[in-house]
Design a protein around this ligand. Structure first.
Ligand SMILES: [Zn+2]
Length: 528
């Protein structure tokens, strides 16, 4: 697969650690970088990189590509952005471990993340093995989701049943032994939102015991951002785990201008000994499920009960009163105006591509929201939440890396799915100068690789794994929009994966050299 080896000639080489670019040849053989500058071994296939940047392959620290790589056709949508490793299983939502009952619920709640792949019962190791065998287009490092652990151990009950906490811990340990690199939580999503801090500390302790990271979509990213971040830091500190704050933002009008506080707290946490950092996608809108605009309690007891609640005028009015309070457990209704909520996925084909205000068409938007969720509890949205100055402040922080937060590559997914990394480089480095090339490359590579302990990756030095991205600084970019998100990227010239050319002159070569990268917990497992 790695063939004769490659000699990337004459490019400007970035080490991923933040060092400045320097012109050098990069020699690749046997799946490793065997030389940067100096005399290369003979017989390597030369690739002209004159005028191009040569960087470590990008590490997407916040992916939702858990199942799409099981599709028959290869899925190179990240590879074409220069991404060689995705950290999948974020926001507490993973597709293992699932038993028959939890798989059925997951299929109702999270099908929008599955990309058409059937959601079936599977142990964590079983799913990791299936992904490995499928030959993903890029490497995958997998998190185990707290929401999934809770669903399997406790159904959709708000309170933990006797024995459920121990069951979650045992399932988590199994996942780390099978190579999960972290525990993720999604504290705005049912059933993750039902957890108290203590429940999360207990599971983060299991993660820490296996050297794994705690990655969290916090309970609130708006006006209660500080309290939510405090909880995240508390969990990491109490458990002794590294902390990854997912998709850092100051969300919703009332929170605009508070990004600086988030960054200060991240730095303070580091001073307190918590290995805390975050990730971000370079857009002013997020994407999520439509039901996240409702108070999370709406789903207690399952989707049938939720539908009944949403159809009942009294229950609906009570939910509205709660949603309008906009508190930490009241859902996302107050974050954006109905005109800033774009429906991107819904069972009714007439709905996607219109805003909630447009679908309401003069009727009450709250009632419209409830009716849309009754028709399709898994409906998805793109929601304009962030202000540009907050975004740029977060982007400029050396503690915040890059995570696309992609969905499956089809339909009206958020453009970050196809263009996150090229957009960062083209728009925010070349056009706006928010970051230098070496700063942006460090954030897109080594920063994430170190937090999830992806040893040998995310840096370009002799001996590193030969996962590389060669791009043209003059043309790199992505002009996808919310209504036309899947436009092709520009300027990602070559991508090397495990020493082989997976993208050549911007085209996928068909190489499926990706594999599941197992965390340190797997090595600690006794041989079976
Ligand atoms: Zn999330």
């Amino acid at each position: 697969m790695t063939g004769t080896g490659l000699l990337l000639q004459g490019g400007t080489v970035y080490d991923g650690l933040g060092g400045p670019g320097r012109v050098a040849d990069v020699a690749v053989a046997g799946g490793r970088v065997v030389g940067v500058g100096g005399d290369p071994p003979a017989g390597l296939r030369p690739i002209d990189c004159d005028g191009l940047a040569v960087a470590p392959g990008f590490v997407d620290t916040h992916a939702h590509s858990d199942l799409v790589h099981l599709l028959d056709q290869p899925q190179p949508f990240k590879l074409l952005q220069g991404v060689t490793t995705e950290v999948a299983g974020n926001c507490g939502l993973t597709f293992a471990p699932l038993d028959a009952a939890s798989a059925e619920v997951a299929a109702t709640l999270w099908s929008s993340l599955a990309g058409g792949v059937p959601i079936e019962p599977a142990g964590f190791g079983e799913l990791a093995d299936r992904l490995d065998r499928a030959g993903p287009a890029n490497n995958l490092a997998l998190l185990v989701g707290h929401g999934t652990l809770r669903l399997t151990a406790n159904g959709l009950d708000e309170r933990l049943r006797p024995g459920a906490a121990a069951r979650m811990a045992a399932l988590a340990a199994e996942a780390f032994q099978a190579g999960a690199v972290g525990l993720s939580s999604g504290l705005i999503y049912v059933p993750g939102s039902y957890a108290d801090t203590g429940e999360l500390v207990a599971l983060a302790r299991v993660a820490a015991a296996y050297g794994a990271t705690y990655a969290t979509h916090m309970r609130n990213e708006g006006v209660h951002l500080e309290a939510a971040l405090e909880e995240a830091v508390t969990i990491a500190r109490s458990a002794g785990a590294r902390l990854q704050v997912s998709h850092c933002k100051a969300a919703g009008r009332a929170a605009h201008g508070t990004a600086g506080r988030l960054l200060e707290r991240l730095a303070e946490a580091r001073l307190e000994g918590v290995d805390a950092q975050g990730d971000q996608y370079p857009y002013d809108a997020g994407a999520t499920v439509l039901s996240s605009l409702l108070p999370p309690g709406v789903a207690a007891g399952g989707t049938a009960v939720m539908r009944a609640r949403l159809r009942d005028p009294d229950a609906r009015a009570a939910l509205r009163a709660q949603a309008e309070r906009g508190g930490v457990a009241d859902g996302g209704w107050t974050l954006a105006e109905p005109g800033d909520v774009l429906l991107t996925g819904h069972r009714d084909p007439g709905v996607p591509g219109r805003t909630l205000a447009e679908v309401a068409a003069g009727r009450d938007p709250w009632d419209t929201l409830c009716a849309l969720v009754v028709d399709d509890p898994a409906a998805t949205i793109v929601i304009r939440l962030m202000r540009e100055d907050d975004m740029r402040a977060i982007m400029a922080s050396p503690l915040v890396g890059v995570g696309s937060d992609n969905g499956p590559p089809g339909g009206l997914e958020h453009p970050r799915t196809w263009g996150c990394f090229p957009r960062l480089l083209g728009h925010y480095v070349r056009e706006l100068g928010v970051l230098t090339w070496e700063q942006a490359i460090r954030k897109a590579t080594w920063l994430g690789a170190r937090q999830f302990r992806l040893d040998g990756r995310g840096l370009l030095v002799e001996g590193a794994v030969a996962d590389l991205c060669v791009f043209d600084p003059a043309t790199v970019g992505h002009d996808g929009t919310y209504l036309e998100p899947d436009r092709p990227v520009t300027g990602i010239e070559h991508v090397v994966l495990a020493g082989g050319l997976a993208v050549e002159h911007g085209r996928f070569t068909g190489l499926r050299a990706g594999r599941v990268l197992r965390g340190g917990g797997a090595a600690a497992t006794p041989a079976r």
